[in-house]
Design a protein around this ligand. Structure first.
Ligand SMILES: CC(=O)SCCNC(=O)CCNC(=O)[C@H](O)C(C)(C)COP(=O)(O)OP(=O)(O)OC[C@H]1O[C@@H](n2cnc3c(N)ncnc32)[C@H](O)[C@@H]1OP(=O)(O)O
Length: 211
């Protein structure tokens, strides 16, 4: 089985590494619009542009390795319309309760802990060493950055960027398309499209989820 990774940037390298540590695939290839076709990224060939994905459907699973939340949503829709299988990748060092739901296209990086009855949405990234506690619900296409701590029953809407090292206390709801800044501590629920920073976190501007 081949893994086709869409996106050969820094995040693509992390995705490749997680997949190699899992060891489920016999071949890895990248599709990318910025690296020349035929070039190597982390010793893995860029074989085409993103739009060429249909050429590689035979005996393949696909993974969308793009940091931007909206990009993952756009490419999810293209792969879904084409009926192509999307992988879910969990690093062997992650600790995931058996009662957790992981949707397709999720990446769980090294050192992540996900506690019972959490639900992790489509194409979500649980980045290095974040912790997602019991009954959390993470919306589709969101990213939980390295070192984030989510207390119990936190709800995160779709396309949210929860910045590196931030903390959200229990039962807080983050609405869709929000950005929580690096190191923030969020004590209250948010409206959609807010960017919040600081301790305690306060809204500063309309979020663009390109944090
Ligand atoms: C593996 C990986 O690399 S994963 C990537 C991990 N990276 C992240 O999580 C990055 C998170 N991004 C941030 O924290 C960004 O600073 C953002 C998205 C919150 C804001 O970015 P911008 O919209 O460019 O805001 P900008 O830099 O202009 O700052 C606006 C104001 O907020 C302040 N501010 C920005 N970020 C923070 C923060 N994290 N904490 C406290 N204050 C902040 C700035 O100092 C500035 O204040 P001022 O107006 O008094 O000067």
């Amino acid at each position: 089985m081949r893994l086709v990774i869409l996106g050969a940037g820094g995040h693509g390298k992390v995705v490749l590494d997680v997949a190699q540590q899992i060891g489920r695939y016999s071949e890895y290839i990248f599709l990318d619009d910025f690296h020349p076709v035929g070039s190597l990224v982390a010793n893995t060939e860029v074989v085409g542009t993103l739009d060429s994905f249909k050429q590689f459907e035979s005996n393949s699973e696909f993974f969308i390795a793009m940091g931007r939340c909206q990009s993952r949503e756009i490419w999810y829709q293209k792969l879904d319309v084409a009926g192509l299988p999307l992988a879910t990748l969990v690093h062997p060092s992650a600790v995931i309760s058996p009662s957790v739901t992981l949707e397709r296209g999720v990446l769980v990086c090294a050192g992540v802990v996900v506690n019972p009855h959490a639900q992790i949405g489509l194409c979500t990234i649980l980045n290095t060493a974040c912790s997602v506690d019991h009954d959390c619900v993470i919306g589709d296409f969101s990213i939980i950055c390295p070192g984030v701590s989510l207390a119990g029953a936190v709800s995160i809407g779709p396309r949210c960027w929860i910045g590196i090292g931030s903390t959200i206390i229990q039962q807080v709801n983050v609405a869709s398309d929000c950005v929580l800044g690096a190191g923030a501590v969020l004590l209250h629920s948010t409206e959609s499209h807010q960017t919040l920073v600081g301790v305690p976190a306060k809204a500063i501007q309309q979020g663009n989820v390109n944090a």
